[in-house]
Design a protein around this ligand. Structure first.
Ligand code: GLN
Ligand code: ZN
Length: 583
């Protein structure tokens, strides 16, 4: 028998006195093939002897377990307990009702580990009572739906949050209390006061006038089932835009933000703390914008950006100006590695009381003759990077945000902004784990994006930007977004993106696969960038290719950004000359 690396760990844990061991197997919620399920069974069979004498729990989470996998999982020998996410796994309950191995423990994940809403205790208790009827009194364990890594830590740290909204929330520390209260209630020791306070909070959330905006709900509901596309096709639109913009081939641009200096952060902080006046703040930001514009003009970039100096974060900046959003002071969660984010909380119907970016974009446009890109965050990204309501489907919230962004797009256009970028950095990231759910998500996500710009003239050029690799499997949805130009991360994924065009996917809109990686301080040479562009030209038409970095420049220093962009523009010019002489 080969030496399973887990065996050693299990032996060590046993020796240290462990009586329970949990194995996290969230992969079971994905669409595993039968040979993968067989391998799963085999792997645990290998461990069976080591596990004897221990209680073994296998945890699954983030979605329901498909029927086949459920069968495989619950048939495992030597395992004493199975855990399921009963919040996201809406079908799991039926599977358990359909049959659960006798004598085994069920860990019922009823308290949402991925959101910040307080649990509906009465409803959870009634589900638990049903489950108890199936698995038996001493075999049911109350649990969170997943680890608590994805929620904020403790509501006690939120001293500034509105009291009514606060009563609707439960962070990790409160969720543990909920789990405990449910378990006690199930055992016949119900804390009546705790349960009735909870019921009151649930009811207040349902009836609070600040959650509901009838006009917004009606407008969002009217979008369902329709299509929303700009009337003219993309190549005709690009022609109309080119007449107005008169750009060279291989036009150059950047993704939006310029370096966020310590000085900039200080200005924003002091303005927020009311230490400097609005006038001082506006002047400081305008000065920064003018500096950023001068740099871009000197570099000879074709389509400029204002640099986003007024924004703390691409979601928070918009959330703060939209109705229906609340913000925590300390609600940090880990996003990846050492990075943390503080997602806004969407608690009510979303609307836009007034323009959010028009002031800064028009100020920036007045400082240059070159086209200035208006810069917005798209509805899907705002949704995916927030804590979202659990009292209505995600797509409904997304449609509401889309309508708010649509108002902003149209106001920018009216104010004379002819190029508008709507970032959908996180569109790919929101793709559900199960393949069977992809089409539905992509459909409403792409629809939401189109809603934002369906009302603009042909001559207004709509850009979008997407981060992260692995776009190939959703390329048709990206095309279906019907943006005029898309800038897309490319260099970190070894240019895998280009392979999809090599394989013959037809793409007629403008496209700027990033020519260098902004996540690294390394300055790419002109030759290296020219080489990248040449590779792109082998698979994409000359007249649709844009030249731009992979993503925004906010985390970089000017000492890196200036020479990198200089080389980028030099490479674009070099290729323009080559292409002209080749004619
Ligand atoms: N416009 C944003 C920026 O440049 C986009 C950031 C992102 O894609 N994450 O910072
Ligand atoms: Zn990006």
């Amino acid at each position: 028998m080969y030496n399973h690396p887990c065996r050693e760990v299990i032996d060590d844990l046993k020796a240290a006195g462990a009586s329970w061991i949990q194995f996290d197997e969230p992969t079971l919620v994905k669409d595993l093939e039968s040979h993968q399920l067989e391998a799963f069974t085999k792997a645990y069979a290998e461990l069976e002897s080591s596990l004897s004498g221990l209680n073994v729990l296998i945890e699954t989470y983030f979605a329901d377990v498909p029927a086949e996998a459920f069968k495989t999982l619950t048939a495992l020998k030597g395992v004493s307990a199975f855990g399921f996410d009963l919040v996201r796994g809406t079908k799991t309950l039926d599977l358990i009702k359909g049959g659960f191995p006798s004598g085994k423990y069920l860990f019922a994940g009823l308290v949402d580990g991925r959101n910040i809403w307080s649990n509906d205790l009465a409803s959870s208790l009634s589900i638990l009572q049903t489950l108890e009827g199936i698995v038996g009194k001493d075999k049911l364990v109350v649990s969170t739906s997943s680890s608590l890594l994805h929620t904020a830590v403790d509501l006690i740290n939120e001293t500034k949050l509105d009291a009514e909204i606060k009563s609707w929330l439960a962070f990790a520390a409160q969720k543990v209390v909920e789990v405990n209260a449910l378990a006690k209630a199930l055992a016949g020791h119900k804390d009546e006061a705790f349960f009735s306070a909870n019921a009151e909070a649930q009811a207040s959330r349902k009836s609070s006038p600040r959650v509901t905006n009838k006009a917004v709900q009606k407008a969002a509901a009217a979008l369902k089932g329709s299509d929303h596309r700009r009337a003219t096709n993309v190549s005709a639109r690009l022609d109309a835009q080119q007449k107005k913009l008169n750009l060279p081939i291989l036009p150059t641009t950047t993704i939006g933000s310029f370096p966020q200096t310590i000085e900039l952060r200080r200005v924003r902080r002091e303005y927020k703390a009311k230490k400097i006046s609005e006038e001082e703040y506006v002047n400081a930001i305008k000065e920064e914008i003018s500096k950023v514009i001068k740099i871009q003009e000197e570099l000879d970039i074709d389509v400029l950006v204002h640099g986003e100096p007024e924004r703390n974060d691409m979601v928070e900046y918009f959330g703060e100006q939209l109705s229906g959003f609340a913000f925590t002071a300390n609600g940090w969660v880990q996003s990846y590695g050492s990075r943390c984010v503080k997602p806004p909380i969407i608690y009510g119907d979303v609307s836009r009381p007034k323009p959010m970016t028009v002031f800064w974009s028009t100020a920036a446009q007045s400082m240059t003759k070159r086209p200035m890109k208006g810069m917005l965050t798209g509805p899907v990204t705002i949704l995916n990077w927030s804590f979202v309501r659990n009292d209505q489907p995600r797509f409904e919230t997304c449609y509401q945000i889309a309508l708010a962004i649509k108002d902003e797009v149209e106001d920018l256009e009216k104010a004379g902004i002819t190029v508008i970028q709507i970032d959908e950095a996180a569109l790919r990231e929101g793709l559900p784990l199960r393949k069977s759910e992809h089409a539905f998500y992509l459909d409403w996500a792409v629809h939401s994006f189109r809603i934002t710009n369906v009302g603009v003239h042909d001559t207004t050029q709509i850009h979008t930007h997407m981060c992260y690799s692995n776009f190939n499997d959703i390329i048709h949805s990206i095309i279906d977004m019907d943006a005029d130009v898309i800038t897309i991360e490319n260099s970190r994924s070894d240019e895998k993106l280009l392979s999809v065009f090599r394989e013959g996917v037809k793409y007629g809109a403008g496209i700027g696969p990033g020519v260098y990686d902004i996540h690294s301080p390394r300055i790419p040479s002109t030759e290296e960038i020219a080489d990248r562009i040449t590779k792109m030209l082998a698979v994409l038409e000359t007249n649709i290719l844009w030249v731009n970095p992979d993503c925004g420049l906010k985390t970089r220093k000017y000492a890196e950004v200036k020479p990198a962009l200089q080389n980028m523009v030099a490479a674009a010019k070099q290729l323009r000359t080559q292409l002209a002489s080749a004619k």
